[in-house]
Design a protein around this ligand. Structure first.
Ligand SMILES: [Zn+2]
Length: 235
């Protein structure tokens, strides 16, 4: 089982920045990476294979992240962030309930005065449930539409598993940090929407509410998260 961990932000994208009263400048991208590295160490110690989307301070766009993670075909995807509140927030993708009907492909204007039959060949795309052209091969427009939907809604079949994992995570974090609230929400998040495996985004409490300069904070969160992943993986 390969676990993909996605440390949020990186490079010029710092995420949340907090200047503490004692003069520390805390940047979310560094905390996210420290948390991810500690989670990876715990998971590897427990026998799991872990893939980190970044192991250094570098910028990754959302499509890069999706491509890099998908190429590894992970069994589980966890994105690690900080929140701006004192709570932990656990997010799962919000997918439309019913399959989405094909949207009509934008039509090229019909060729001028091309005769009676010519326009008709260009106007049927997207009007039926099938994305295949009459030859069985999708047109470039149809292929683009197909890619878009495959990408945008890839999370849908994995939602029940994502919720199961979110629930394991919620339990583990609640036990480890009894003084903290842990919220759960399903919202559209492109990085989760596009993942073809159980996928969760975890926001840890903001740096003004949690002392991330204390190694015990980082290792405590990592242990709780790794524990949830190992529990989930055994089921
Ligand atoms: Zn973030």
């Amino acid at each position: 089982m390969v676990v993909a961990i996605d440390p949020g932000h990186g490079g010029y994208d710092e995420g949340i920045v907090y200047n503490s009263p004692d003069g520390n400048r805390i940047s979310e991208k560094n905390v996210d990476l420290a948390l991810a590295l500690a989670m990876a160490a715990d998971l590897r110690a427990g026998g799991a294979k872990v893939f980190l989307l970044r192991q250094a301070d570098r910028y990754l766009g959302i499509y890069q992240r999706t491509r890099i993670a998908s190429a590894r075909r992970p069994a589980l995807f966890l994105s690690v962030h900080l929140s701006s509140t004192a709570a932990f927030h656990i997010y799962v993708s919000l997918m439309p309930q019913a399959p989405v009907p094909p949207t009509p492909v934008p039509q090229a204007p019909p060729a001028p005065a091309a005769g009676t039959g010519a326009a008709a060949t260009n106007t049927t795309a997207g009007q039926t449930g099938s994305l295949s052209g009459s030859s069985g091969q999708p047109t470039p427009q149809q292929q683009a539409l197909r890619n878009y939907y495959q990408y945008r809604f890839r999370q849908r079949p994995y939602l029940p598993q994502s919720r199961d994992f979110a629930s394991a995570l919620e339990q583990s974090v609640t036990q480890a940090f009894p003084g903290k609230n842990v919220s759960y929400m399903e919202i559209p998040l492109p990085i989760l929407d596009a993942m073809a495996c159980p996928a969760v985004l975890l926001e840890c409490p903001g740096p003004q509410f949690m002392d991330y300069t204390d190694p015990a904070t980082v290792s405590g969160i990592a242990r709780a998260v790794a524990g949830a992943i190992m529990t989930y993986g055994k089921e």
